[in-house]
Unconditional design. Structure first.
Lengths: 120, 292
């Protein structure tokens, strides 16, 4: 399964970015092999508004099954849901820790946005 | 003839200039308060409210069963108000600028427009002046459709003075787009000069003729005239830094009434403005934005 984690750095032990739409980078990880690539979230970060929607479009293009992040606003959640991508919030620590928490079932898919837009 | 007052920086004296120009206008005038996020011309206006109307912007809505999932609507939207993930488009009305592009490109008419209320226009009448004021609803982020609605209610055969919004963005563009001349109010401070240059670059790009009025002249040591000369913009007049003016404004008074020494300055501004705009009869450019 391919999952996406919002991150602040280019390694698996980089701290997770709790924001989705305005995160600088996305780590796209193949969960079986733990192989990963780093994707820049540049277009969404540059957007005046609608960053979450644009980030969700990028996630859809990358073909991930789940987005693992700290928090998710209402527009990003609606967009990810429309794209058929699971949204997992409440992740913390490094990308590697968040991934292990998710795979161990300690993080569950969200059923809605957990913050308002522009929360950070 | 339509004259716009703008500045870049907020608090430089746009409203001071606009209400006093309207008050001293040589002919009956429409004062258009296009600072719709925080309109304040009414504080200086004696007339009564004669009309209040809601203003809407067109936002897309999906007609059930028509969409063929081509995605063209999302591709044309520059503001992510329409997003597409392979099925029906996802619509975010609050991001919509009301351009109408999505319903225009839809090959099967699956997107219809409905009006979403974004604010109101209020009209006040006094003997030689009419104030048309836009007020954006709290929570709305796009002022241009409301600014255009204010301007459409002005009498095209009358003199009009537009009190513009601060900043150098789309709101400024909407406020000055069809004006014959823009007066940029500048204050001689670093912040004032920096924002004046931003506003100048926007005004130049939109191709609207402009000139500068220095407000609070004598404060600070910046040479606004030299800076304007470098940009090829003329300074028409200077309004001095004055406690008397500040006191009149703070009490909601017309400065020209309280401070008679200002009268020759405003008379010169009007004569310069009218001579630059072929006695107020120059042709107006057509707005390129979609009419709301």
């Amino acid at each position: 399964m391919k999952v996406l984690l919002s991150t602040t750095g280019r390694e698996l032990d980089s701290p997770l970015d709790p924001r989705f739409g305005r995160a600088e980078l996305f780590a796209v990880v193949e969960t079986e092999s733990r192989r990963f690539e780093i994707v820049e979230n540049a277009a969404a970060r540059a957007a005046l508004q609608g960053a979450g929607i644009q980030a969700a479009e990028l996630a859809a293009r990358l073909g991930v099954a789940a987005v693992i992040t700290g928090h998710c606003g209402p527009k990003a959640f609606a967009a990810l849901q429309a794209a058929g991508i699971q949204v997992v919030v409440g992740a913390r620590g490094t990308v590697a820790q968040a991934l292990e928490d998710f795979l161990a079932g300690r993080l569950r898919p969200a059923t809605g946005a957990d913050v308002q837009g522009h929360w950070a | 003839m339509r004259l716009a007052i703008a500045s870049g920086k907020g608090g430089t004296g746009k409203t001071l200039l606009a209400v006093n120009l309207a008050w001293s206008a040589p002919r009956p005038v429409d004062l258009l308060d296009c600072d719709v996020e925080e309109p304040n011309c009414h504080l200086f206006f004696k007339g009564q409210v004669v009309r209040r109307e809601p203003v809407t912007k067109p936002v897309p809505t999906l007609v059930p069963g028509r969409c063929t999932a081509c995605g063209l609507c999302a591709r044309i939207c520059q503001f992510k108000a329409v997003a597409f993930f392979g099925k029906e488009p996802l619509l975010f009305a609050d991001l919509c600028h009301g351009c109408g592009g999505c319903s225009w490109v839809c090959p099967v008419n699956a997107l219809m427009e409905r009006g979403e209320e974004i604010g109101e226009v209020e009209v006040r009448e006094a003997p030689r002046q009419r104030l048309i004021q836009g007020r954006l609803r709290v929570g709305q982020a796009q002022s241009p459709p409301l600014i255009r609605a204010v301007k459409r209610r002005a009498d095209p055969d009358r003199l009009a003075v537009v009190d513009g919004p601060p900043g150098a963005d789309c709101s400024l563009g909407a406020a000055i787009a069809d004006c014959d001349l823009v007066l940029l109010v500048a204050e001689p401070t670093n912040f004032g000069m920096y924002d004046l240059e931003l506003a100048l670059s926007t005004v130049h790009r939109l191709g609207v003729p402009c000139a500068v009025i220095v407000n609070r002249a004598g404060r600070g040591r910046l040479d606004v005239r030299a800076a304007c000369a470098r940009h090829g913009v003329e300074v028409l007049a200077e309004i001095p830094e004055s406690e008397e003016i500040a006191r009149a404004v703070a009490r909601g008074r017309i400065a020209l009434e309280s401070v008679p020494s200002l009268q020759p300055i405003f008379a010169k501004i009007w004569s310069d403005v009218l001579s630059r705009t072929r006695d107020g009869r120059s042709e107006r450019r057509v707005l390129h934005h979609a009419d709301v």
